[in-house]
Design a protein around this ligand. Structure first.
Ligand code: ADP
Ligand code: GLC
Length: 486
């Protein structure tokens, strides 16, 4: 019999995406479903459930209606539908409740949050569980991702477990980023439909506020995060974001499993969004992509190494460091292109810097899937000096496209980028988040770029790196098996 797994999350590629969470939810389930494993002895059926952000969706016509229901939640009857869409081996389900989810953005406008996010994601978590009976799908494990689904393990154990349908159901909470915890004022408590006794320091209370991620960390049967290094870091004060105590207490139930990326989707040999396809043995195509990128960003044609950035524009990605060193980076002979969406003050800075450094630096604000692919395809280096990074997929995608990552050594970056020593290694990294360290590292990277023989070695190492899901999917299967046994 197949083990039934339900993924619950706020975003998934290709439907709705703001960052790496969507990449993971859009690819890991398929790999799990394909990896019936002799080693773990586990064969799984995976379904994924997401909110249906009606205004952002262009695929409703492809969906069928799997369920229509009404739930009383937070003192009000709320009618919703569950839509269904099959993508290869995995069924994607969408919770369609227009009052809560038919909005212009997933989380809120221009880097801000909708004030009723607690109600939106509280309702989602509750409705997900409640819908399973109507859908006739009884998961063995509900695999929750990030704070948006942190309430689900609580509802499961505190409210639903009295019903035999839910009694044996287990939950796993995966932390994709401890920097986002879902914090809300305590006055929002009635929005949760939970007993008052749970609002205390051993429960959802967190320095006077409600913390939805903490809920998931306390009530889930197991906790995972997206790289082994980050799983150690978050138990310390420096990276724990005030949850290090909770995480240390649950240390024996916490494991780090490195993310992978979808090697079919991210493939320079077949990627339809590139100007020209290429591979490790056909690198001339990469130069054509680079030339095209120069045109798109109005850069002066040159043989200089090109640094690319594709990122959410938020402080943890290390933008203060980039802003501080921009003139020197350009002076070192690099060209730089940045694609990013996020904080308006960062956008303003880079827009005016692009005017000042016309011809050698280019900036595009916003989320742009095609341009992202073209940057991975055309850049020589991929810059990602994150202050902390749970896993990071940008550097893995860059390696797949033969763009050499230059990163700060933290979290998943430390687990995937290894300093090049002239023979071994796939990129460049530095530790203290200081301007001088970034500039020194770039200096070394630039010198390697100019030595064509050594450079060829480095690029070939990058192409030889393997961050496909095959390894990690097996680790999730082993985890599922051990959770079911307990
Ligand atoms: P995070 O999830 O913290 O944003 P990751 O490196 O794990 O960081 O994943 C980022 C994902 O989002 C990658 O697939 C990257 O290509 C994509 N991405 C980030 N910003 C943009 C953007 N402005 N336009 C297009 N894709 C983006
Ligand atoms: C988060 C993290 C990123 C990670 C991604 C997918 O957004 O910031 O490091 O790669 O989730 O797990």
């Amino acid at each position: 019999m197949k083990t039934k797994i339900l993924f619950a999350a706020a975003e998934s590629a290709p439907f709705f995406k703001t960052g790496g969470l969507a990449d993971v939810i859009g690819s890991l389930p398929e790999f799990l479903a394909e990896s019936a494993s002799p080693e773990t002895g586990l064969d799984v059926e995976v379904k994924v459930i997401l909110p249906f952000y009606r205004r952002l969706a262009n695929f409703e016509k492809d969906c069928s209606v799997a369920l229509e229901a009404t739930l009383n939640f937070a003192g009000k009857d709320r009618t919703f539908r569950i839509l269904s869409l099959r993508k290869q081996k995995v069924e994607y389900l969408f919770c369609d409740q227009p009052e809560l989810f038919d909005r212009d953005a997933i989380y809120g406008p221009a880097g801000k949050d909708y004030p009723d996010n607690i109600l939106r994601f509280g309702f989602f978590s509750y409705a997900v569980l409640r819908s399973m009976i109507g859908l006739n799908f009884q998961p063995d494990i509900v695999h929750c991702h990030d704070w948006h689904t942190g309430l689900l393990p609580v509802y499961l154990k505190e409210i639903f477990a009295t019903d035999p349908f839910y009694r044996k159901m287990k939950s796993i909470m995966t932390i994709h980023n401890l920097g986002y915890q879902g914090l809300f004022p305590k006055d929002d408590w009635p929005a949760l439909s939970l007993p008052d006794r749970l609002f205390n320091p051993e429960g959802l209370e967190f320095y006077g506020q409600i913390n939805l991620l903490k809920a998931g960390l306390l009530w889930a049967d197991r906790i995972t995060t997206v790289s082994p290094t980050y799983s150690e870091e978050i138990k310390t004060e420096e990276f724990g974001q005030k949850l290090e105590g909770v995480l240390s207490k649950r240390a024996k139930d916490l494991i780090g499993i490195l993310n992978g990326i979808d090697y079919q989707y991210w493939n320079p040999e077949t990627d339809p969004l590139l100007k020209k396809n290429y591979g490790k043995d056909r690198l001339s195509g990469k130069s054509e992509n680079k030339a095209e990128l120069f045109r798109q960003f109005f850069l002066k044609p040159s043989d200089n190494p090109l640094l690319g950035v594709v990122s959410r524009l938020v402080p943890p990605k290390g933008f203060d460091l980039i802003m501080k060193t921009l003139p020197q980076i350009l002076k070192q002979g690099f060209n730089l292109v940045i694609l990013g969406s996020g904080l308006p003050e960062y956008e303003k800075f880079f827009e005016s810097a692009a005017k000042k450094h016309q011809g050698v630096f280019g900036f595009r604000p916003g989320y742009n899937e095609e341009l992202a692919h073209r940057i991975y395809g055309g850049a020589d280096f991929f810059l990602m000096p994150s202050l902390f990074e749970p896993c990071g997929l940008g550097q893995m995608i860059a390696l797949r496209y033969g763009a050499i990552p230059v990163v700060r050594e933290t979290g998943g970056l430390a687990d995937s980028v290894f300093n090049f020593d002239g023979a071994i290694g796939n990129g460049f990294s530095f530790v203290p988040a200081k301007a001088a360290n970034l500039l020194d590292t770039l200096q070394k990277a630039g010198a390697v770029y100019r030595n064509k023989k050594v450079w060829a070695r480095l690029v070939s190492n990058a192409f030889a790196s393997d961050f496909s899901w095959s390894n990690s999917a097996q680790k999730y299967l082993a985890l599922y098996r051990s959770v079911i046994k307990t």
